[in-house]
Structure formats: structure tokens, C-alpha cells
Design a protein around this ligand. Structure first.
Ligand code: SF4
Length: 169
């Protein structure tokens, strides 16, 4: 069992998430640029989280990852609470990164994505997906190493993005 994550596991779950939303957004976030609107979305996420789930170990921070809550059973369940499915790929990859990170620490787990507004859950396992995670980690590192943000590409995600003004105004 390794005591610490490998050196390349110094990225945050949110960075993996943003890679699949928008590389420009990832770059701004990684450089510590935060905007007002971002915190409103975070607050909404926290509200949904606290309203819908009780009795679990919440907001578990392990190294660079911060898990919404964990359930301990035969196998550890890592739970993430999300508002909707429009960013489902990003949610999935973030959860896979958590499982990958935990595996490097010698912890086998599965992930559950919770969509309380939709009353849905989705189970995710790491089996056969490690290369995908490693590729995502490399892409995040490459984007973070850039001295200027990747050129923005306008999509429907931009309307709700905290960085809209930086890209388009
Ligand atoms: S406004 Fe659009 S292009 Fe700019 S960071 Fe946000 S999602 Fe990316």
C-alpha cells in the first residue's frame, strides 16, 4: 500500500470535472481565478447535499480530493451529489478520478452519483477505466501548464458559466 499519492496525483477532482466541461474554465479555475456566480452554484450544490442526505460521513477530504459523502459497507461507497445530468460526463470522470486516487492509496471503492432532484442514482466502478483517467490527468496537467488560457469556444454551457464575462464581454 502506498502512503501518499503519486506525484501526478496533485490535481483536484474539480479540475478533472472542468476538463470535460471546458478547457478554458479549467485553466481559469486552476489559476485561482474565482467569480461571484461560481459561489452561488456551489451554495446550491451544498444546499441540495445537506437537504437530501443525513447520517453519512460528509465532506471527506483526502489529499487533493474532497468527497461529498462516504458510506462504509462491504466496499466503501464514494457519493457525489449533483444538480442535474447536463454535465454527466464531467461527473462521471470526477468520480472515476476519486476511485483512481483512492486505489493508489490502497483503498478499493465504488462511486455513486446522486441526482436528488431527478430521484436518480448511478453506480460507477473503476474496472477497465484506469487508462481513461490517466489520459484525463495528462490533459489537465497540459492545460494547467499553459501560460495563457485555451481559446474559448462558445457553447450552451457558457450561459451559466461564472467566467462568461472573461471570455465574452
Ligand atoms: S464562458 Fe464558455 S468558453 Fe468561457 S470558460 Fe465558461 S464555458 Fe468555457
Amino acid at each position: 500500500m502506498e502512503t501518499y499519492p503519486e506525484t501526478h496525483l496533485i490535481i483536484r477532482g474539480t479540475e478533472i470535472n472542468y476538463l470535460f466541461i471546458c478547457p478554458t474554465k479549467l485553466w481559469y479555475f486552476a489559476k485561482g481565478i474565482t467569480m461571484e456566480q461560481e459561489s452561488e452554484w456551489v451554495d446550491l450544490g451544498k444546499f441540495l447535499h445537506e437537504k437530501s442526505y443525513f447520517g453519512e460521513e460528509k465532506d471527506v477530504k483526502i489529499g487533493m480530493i474532497s468527497i461529498d459523502f462516504i458510506k462504509k459497507g462491504d466496499i466503501i461507497e464514494v457519493h457525489e451529489v449533483k444538480k442535474g445530468k447536463s454535465m454527466e460526463k464531467a461527473h462521471e470522470m470526477q468520480a472515476l478520478y476519486y476511485l483512481y486516487y483512492l486505489k493508489k492509496l490502497g483503498i478499493n471503492a465504488k462511486a455513486i452519483l446522486n441526482y436528488p432532484k431527478l430521484r436518480e442514482t448511478r453506480e460507477i466502478t473503476l474496472e477497465g477505466r484506469e487508462e481513461e483517467v490517466e489520459k484525463a490527468i495528462e490533459e489537465v496537467e497540459q492545460i494547467k501548464s499553459l501560460s495563457v488560457p485555451p481559446k474559448p469556444v462558445k457553447t450552451k454551457k457558457c450561459k451559466k458559466c461564472a467566467y462568461y464575462e472573461l471570455c465574452w464581454v
